[in-house]
Design a protein around this ligand. Structure first.
Ligand code: NAD
Length: 330
C-alpha cells in the first residue's frame, strides 16, 4: 500500500518527529525539503542529513506563505510547538501555525497537486469521556483553558484540512498522534519520558504530577513514524489514531524509567497541570484494519533504546540544570 514519494516537504522537519520523518523519506528514495523556523529546535536533529544531495533545509516560519518546487507530491505539516512548556510559552504562535500555517501547507499542496498530511494529536480528544479513544469521538476540550491554544489549533487544523478535501478535492489525510518518545526528544522540553530519564540519570527525584494515577499510552518513535508514513503512502483521509494501545499510569512510567536506568530514584509528587487529561489510550482498529499498521517496539525495549541514546549523546540539555516538571502530553 505504501508509495515512494518523489519530493516531500516536511514542515517542522528539524523537530523530534520531523527529523525522523525526513530521515526515513530520504532512505526510501524521496527528495526532502525541510522547512522549519527553529523555534523549538536548534537544527542539530538534521545535521547528519545536510550532506545528503536529496536534502534541503529552509529556515522559514510557515505561518507566513511559502513556495515549493513544482515536483512536490507530499506535504507533511508537522510544524508546531508540541510540548506544554513550548506552547504555553508560545501561545499565539501555536494558534497561528495550527491555523494559518495549516492553511499555507494546504495551499502549497494544492499548487502542486500533492498529498497533504496533517499532524494532529490525541489532544483533540481533550480530557476524554470515551475510553479508549476512537476516531469517531469528538473530544472534550476547554477552549479557554491554558492548553486550548494547542488543542484548538489542532482541531481547527483538522477542520480546514477537511474543508480543502471537500471544497477543493485536495488529497489530504489527518493523523492523530498519541504520546511518542525516543531519541532526539529534548531532555528539557517538559514531556514525561525525557524528563524522567534526565532526572534519573542526574540523581534527581522523579517529578510526578498529581498522584500519578492518570494514564498515558506511549509509542516508540520508529513505530509512530511508520504509522504516519503508512497513512502518507495511502490515499485514505483518516483521521487515524497512531499510538501504542497499552495504557500505563504516569507513576508506573516513572518507576519503569528508574528501573531501566538502574537507579533507585525517589518520586516527588508535584501539582497537576490545569486540564490535564485523566486517561489516554488509542483505539487503533482503523489503522490496523485499513493499513495493516500496529506498533512493534515494546515499552521496555523502547525505553532501553531511548536511555541508551541519552547516555550516548552529549548532555547539552542536562548541563547541571534542574529539569522541568514532567507532563505527558501530545
Ligand atoms: P518538536 O517541537 O520537536 O518539533 C516541532 C518543530 O516545528 C520544531 O523544529 C519547530 O522549530 C518547528 N516549528 C514550530 N513552529 C513553526 C513555524 N511556525 N514554522 C516553521 N517551523 C515551526 O515537536 P514534535 O514532538 O516533533 O511534534 C511534531 C508535530 O507532531 C507537531 O505538530 C505536534 O503537534 C505533533 N504531535 C507530536 C506528538 C509527540 O508525542 N511528539 C504527539 C502528537 C502530535
Amino acid at each position: 500500500m505504501s508509495t515512494t514519494h518523489r519530493h516531500a516537504v516536511v514542515t517542522g522537519g528539524a523537530g523530534f518527529l520531523g527529523s525522523h520523518l525526513c530521515e526515513r523519506l530520504l532512505a526510501a528514495g524521496s527528495r526532502v525539503t525541510c522547512i522549519d523556523n527553529l523555534c523549538t529546535s536548534d537544527g542539530s536533529n538534521v545535521d547528519h542529513l545536510r550532506g545528503d544531495p536529496g536534502f534541503t533545509f529552509v529556515r522559514h516560519d510557515v505561518s507566513e506563505p511559502f513556495a515549493t518546487a513544482e515536483d512536490v507530491d507530499l506535504v507533511l505539516h508537522f510544524a508546531s510547538p508540541a510540548s506544554p512548556a513550548d506552547y504555553l510559552r508560545l501561545p499565539v504562535e501555536t494558534l497561528r501555525v495550527g491555523s494559518v500555517g495549516t492553511w499555507h501547507a494546504l495551499e502549497a499542496a494544492r499548487r502542486t497537486g500533492a498529498r497533504m498530511v496533517l499532524a494532529s494529536t490525541s489532544e483533540t480528544y481533550g480530557d476524554p469521556q470515551v475510553h479508549p479513544q476512537t476516531e469517531s469521538y469528538w473530544g472534550h476540550v476547554n477552549p479557554v483553558g491554558p492548553r486550548g491554544v494547542y488543542d484548538e489549533a489542532k482541531r481547527f487544523g483538522e477542520a480546514i484540512t477537511t474543508a480543502y478535501r471537500t471544497a477543493h478535492g485536495l488529497d489530504t489525510a489527518i493523523v492523530r498522534i498519541f504520546n511518542t518518545y525516543g531519541p532526539r526528544m529534548r531532555r528539557e522540553d517538559g514531556r514525561a519520558i525525557p524528563t524522567f530519564i534526565a532526572q534519573a540519570l542526574s540523581g534527581q527525584p522523579l517529578t510526578v504530577a498529581g498522584n500519578g494515577r492518570q494514564t498515558r499510552s506511549v509509542c516508540y518513535v520508529d513505530d509512530t513514524v511508520s504509522g504516519i508514513l503508512a497513512v502518507a503512502g495511502s490515499t485514505l483521509p483518516g483521521p487515524f489514531n497512531v499510538g501504542y494501545p497499552e495504557e500505563r499510569s504516569v507513576l508506573d512510567i516513572a518507576r519503569a524509567v528508574a528501573a531501566a536506568a538502574g537507579v533507585d530514584a525517589p518520586i516527588e509528587f508535584i501539582d497537576r497541570p490545569v486540564d490535564d487529561p485523566g486517561v489516554r489510550c488509542p483505539d487503533i482498529t482503523a489503522i490496523r484494519t485499513q493499513l495493516g499498521w500496529e506498533p512493534e517496539v515494546s515499552f521496555d525495549d523502547g525505553l532501553d533504546r531511548t536511555i541508551a541514546w541519552v547516555r550516548a549523546t552529549p548532555p547539552a540539555g542536562l548541563a547541571g540544570q534542574r529539569t522541568a516538571p514532567a507532563e505527558v502530553r501530545g
